[in-house]
Design a protein around this ligand. Structure first.
Ligand SMILES: Cc1cc2nc3c(=O)[nH]c(=O)nc-3n(C[C@H](O)[C@H](O)[C@H](O)COP(=O)(O)OP(=O)(O)OC[C@H]3O[C@@H](n4cnc5c(N)ncnc54)[C@H](O)[C@@H]3O)c2cc1C
Length: 401
């Protein structure tokens, strides 16, 4: 691909900035979820899906994906600019996060030509929503313990078992599914296969689970003699585990190639500053209190540090010997910061911090909702403990135990 000039970058930045300024939809008269993991009503879903479609049609997601499958065929630099602009202008997020950020890149990397032609464009346009069927009641961090069983029967696999915490499960048309096809394999990892499975077929039943916040967004997905055609398989026999691991490198941000767009609209450090200005501590604005100021300054520094690390991850020359180290630590740094920041925001409210579903709740309880939701991202996609293990072992070279 030819080198991108400074003037092209400037021109594109201006164009994207103006487009988002003009096209971000007005706040709806219902509450929007904070992230793709909490899309729980049809109203929320339709609003977000329309938004993704519009952004795609305007050419601001999938910019670096190949043109022949529906992408823009341009440099990743442009996608990074467009995504930054969406964040800066606090645009709604893309509901098809799993399709755009892990199923799509996986299909582009490992899928057949037919898979790419069938799936990629509809991922970008949000025509087909994707979900992920990895976790099970007894297989989360220990994903290799997957028990959901796919039995070969003629041209189909017949699937029985259940997956849990399936984000977007009720809206998804397809699932990236890890299932066991053999219990006699040499190791638990060898008996697994990976499917690009249809969701809207007999025998698949996603049942919503309510969250701590009262919202919905994920499901337990039951499989009861669900017939999945063999051509939904990805990779060859015994390849399921490797395919799942490649998926996780996309999910954890350790491989580039995502279609871009934001996946959340969470509260940030500037929101907390604003809250501190209008909260009281000892009869004075909290922002004038020494302790509060110290805390805010350290949050600002940490948040700026994370932003700079994210920007650094876009510059290959600055990545050093282990290119995935920064993206790998990014999930851990960003999600843990959000948890501490939202907890701190509640402390600014004194006794009102505990009011969530209450007429007196400050800002209709959005801070409480954000705090309760902040736990999600420190668990989904691999818990913080697992992220620390990965960084310790694979980046720092520490011994496994
Ligand atoms: C909001 C949300 C959305 C999700 N969406 C999806 C989805 O769409 N699809 C999907 O498949 N899954 C999804 N998940 C599931 C998620 O991937 C799992 O919850 C996660 O991998 C942890 O698995 P577990 O819940 O079984 O916990 P466990 O693995 O049972 O872990 C329990 C505790 O033990 C710790 N622990 C476990 N093993 C180790 C170890 N080796 N070293 C140190 N500590 C350890 C963990 O850190 C954790 O604190 C979602 C989860 C959440 C919260």
């Amino acid at each position: 691909m030819s080198k991108v000039s400074k003037s092209e970058i400037r021109e594109f930045t201006d164009q994207a900035r103006a487009w988002f300024r003009e096209n971000i939809p007005p706040q709806p008269d219902f509450l929007l979820p904070e992230t793709f993991m909490e899309v729980g009503t049809d109203q929320q879903f339709e609003y977000l899906r329309d938004w993704q479609r519009k952004v795609y049609e305007a050419g601001y997601i999938g910019i670096s994906w190949p043109r022949e499958y529906g992408g823009g065929g341009a440099s990743q630099i442009f996608q990074d600019i467009a995504t930054r602009e969406m964040s800066a202008q606090r645009a709604p997020f893309m509901p098809n996060t799993i399709g755009l950020n892990w199923a799509g890149p996986l299909i582009l990397k490992m899928g057949s030509e037919a898979d790419k032609l069938k799936y990629i464009k509809n991922i970008l346009s949000a025509e087909d929503i994707w979900c992920q069927g990895f976790s099970e009641p007894e297989a989360g961090s220990d994903l290799g313990n997957t028990q959901c069983f796919a039995r070969k029967d003629g041209d189909d696999y017949v699937v029985n078992g259940s997956k849990i915490w399936t984000s977007l499960g009720t809206y998804a048309r397809y699932m990236i599914l890890l299932a066991r096809t053999s219990r006699d394999a040499s190791s638990k990892y060898a008996g697994l296969r990976f499917f690009l499975a249809p969701m809207k077929i007999d025998g698949i039943d996603p049942r919503p689970i309510q969250k701590l916040t009262g919202e919905y967004g994920f499901c337990q997905t039951f499989f009861d003699e669900a017939r999945i055609p063999s051509d939904c398989l990805m990779g060859s026999e015994g390849d399921g585990w490797r395919t799942a691991m490649v998926t996780l490198t996309f999910e954890r941000g350790a491989s580039g190639g995502q279609a871009g767009g934001t996946s959340m609209m969470e509260l940030n450090v500037n929101d907390v500053l604003e809250l501190a200005r209008r909260s009281k501590r000892n009869g004075r604005p909290a922002i004038e209190d020494t302790y509060v100021r110290e805390q805010l300054v350290s949050f600002i520094i940490e948040s700026k540090g994370n932003q700079l690390m994210n920007a650094r991850a876009e510059e290959p020359a600055l990545l050093g010997e282990w290119p995935s180290a920064i993206p790998l630590s990014g999930k851990l740094r960003n999600t843990e910061l959000r948890r501490r920041l939202t907890k701190f925001s509640l402390s600014l409210m004194g006794g009102n911090g505990g009011r969530y579903v209450s007429r007196e709740a400050i800002d209709f309880g959005k801070w409480q909702r954000s705090y309760l939701n902040s736990f999600s991202a420190t668990i989904g996609g691999g818990t913080s403990e697992i992220q620390r293990n990965i960084i310790g072992e694979r980046v720092l070279g520490l011994p496994k135990d």
